[in-house]
Write a protein that binds this ligand. Structure first.
Ligand code: HSE
Length: 422
């Protein structure tokens, strides 16, 4: 192929970042990869004062882009339903697709990939997970010889930014505002702080590593809104910090998918990734643990991932994809309530004799072992924090235990966070 003809659909932050990077880094792209592509047309409903497209053709009707003589449509309109329609139409028109849209891949990936196989085109989505930090092609190609058993890490930059700042004593709300100002957070930040964004990303990685469905059939998703900054202080005293972890794991042929806050060892690789960075740990059979970290959000990082897909397409566009394997095996999913976790509990209790005994005898009656239990310095004249680390117990028993602890006369409030096994 002499030149890959590209149409960009969407003209927001990500699209203009791609346009700029393609133009400004044209020499580097050619030198590094030998690929040669040109942006032929942009589907933009309106102008963007941040970027002058020069002489590039503009289509106001984004679907009209598909009538142009282009090899690939870069879908950057965001959202789910219109993006799905555009991608499926592009595929039917025999255009390859590159997208950074994690939500559309998470919700409609299986349908989109099947259609691409049926029409002999490729759909690439490197930037949909961790922006330009390489993970999709790494899993699909570079690690193809390996059996992956676990992928875990921080896949939402905003949550990692907020938690890292809380670790330093900052408040949740102020840090979230900062993340919004810096442009890390999603337009609706509840997607970041309630765990959906990380869930989208680990769902996509699990489909690549384990053949789970898109959308996944089962998922446990929790965000970071219930964490208090004092939890960091207590966790650190015991050699842990708190991260929002997204985990996909296969065990005896059963896949578990979960995204939730977790205590992790302070000395671990993931614990030391602060700020907006994303980081992943991948357990493989042939090369052991692999660590990847990088910027997982922002215009430039996303442009880097999109360009890597274009380079990849440049060299593979003429490859016959009709025999491409459908790696969907839809393995059975673990029932989250049947999994075992160790737990950290913060228990705010009255400072009266017998309070420890009432807590420990409740745990004993529920057959939950205690790894450690410490009474900390008083919060006020009447109440003290008690920090409890349990032995592993079944997730199904957790909410009942929380309820029963709260029912104790001496207990005023509790919080609990899972501890991620190493
Ligand atoms: N809001 C996302 C994050 C951006 O904070 O990681 C990239 O998906």
């Amino acid at each position: 192929m002499k030149i890959l003809k590209v149409g960009i659909c969407g003209w927001g932050n990500v699209a203009t970042g791609l346009f700029r990077a393609v133009n400004e880094n044209a020499e580097a792209i050619k030198l590094n990869s030998g690929a040669n592509f040109s942006i032929e047309v942009i589907g933009a409903r309106r102008d963007n004062p941040e970027c002058d497209p020069g002489k590039t053709l503009i289509e106001r009707d984004i679907f009209a882009l598909l009538d142009h003589d282009i090899d690939v449509v870069v879908e950057l309109i965001g959202g789910v339903e219109v993006a799905r329609e555009l991608i499926l139409k592009a595929i039917k028109n025999k255009k390859h697709v590159v997208t950074a849209n994690k939500a559309v891949i998470y919700h409609h990936g299986d349908e989109i990939f099947q259609s691409a196989r049926d029409h002999g085109v490729r759909v690439l989505f490197e930037s949909s997970v961790c922006a330009g930090t390489p993970i999709i092609k790494l899993l699909k190609e570079e690690l193809a010889a390996n059996k992956v058993s676990k992928i875990s890490g921080m896949l939402n930059g905003t949550s990692n930014f907020i938690l890292s700042n809380m670790e330093e004593g900052e408040d949740f709300d102020a840090t979230l505002r900062l993340a919004q100002e810096e442009g890390y957070a999603e337009p609706d930040p509840t997607f970041d702080i309630e765990g959906m964004d990380a869930a989208h990303k680990i769902g996509i990685l699990s489909s690549l590593a384990f053949g789970t469905a898109l959308p996944p059939l089962d998922f446990h998703i929790e965000g970071i809104t219930k964490i208090d900054k004092s939890d960091f202080h207590y966790a650190m005293d015991m050699g842990y910090t708190i991260k929002h972890l997204a985990v996909a794991k296969i065990d005896n042929g059963m896949v578990e998918l979960r995204a939730h806050p977790a205590l992790i060892n302070l000395n671990s690789h993931l614990a030391n990734l602060k700020g907006v960075r994303n980081g992943m740990e991948i357990d493989t059979d042939l090369i052991g643990k692999i660590h990847i970290a990088g910027s997982g959000a922002g215009q430039e990082s996303t442009a880097s991932g999109l360009i890597s897909d274009l380079v990849h397409l440049y060299f593979s566009v003429d490859v016959d994809t009709s025999s491409a394997a459908n790696n969907k095996i839809n393995p059975p999913m673990s029932d989250f309530s049947e999994l075992f976790f160790q737990y950290y509990f913060y228990i705010e209790a009255l400072d009266i004799p017998g309070v420890m005994a009432s807590i420990t005898s409740l745990l004993a009656s529920r057959k939950v072992g205690i790894e450690s239990i410490v009474q900390k310095e008083e919060l006020s004249r009447e109440s003290v924090p008690i920090i409890l680390i349990t032995d592993p117990f079944k997730e199904a028993d957790h909410s009942l235990l929380c309820k029963e602890l709260l029912n104790l006369d001496s207990v005023r409030a509790i919080r609990s966070i899972r501890i991620e096994a190493e």
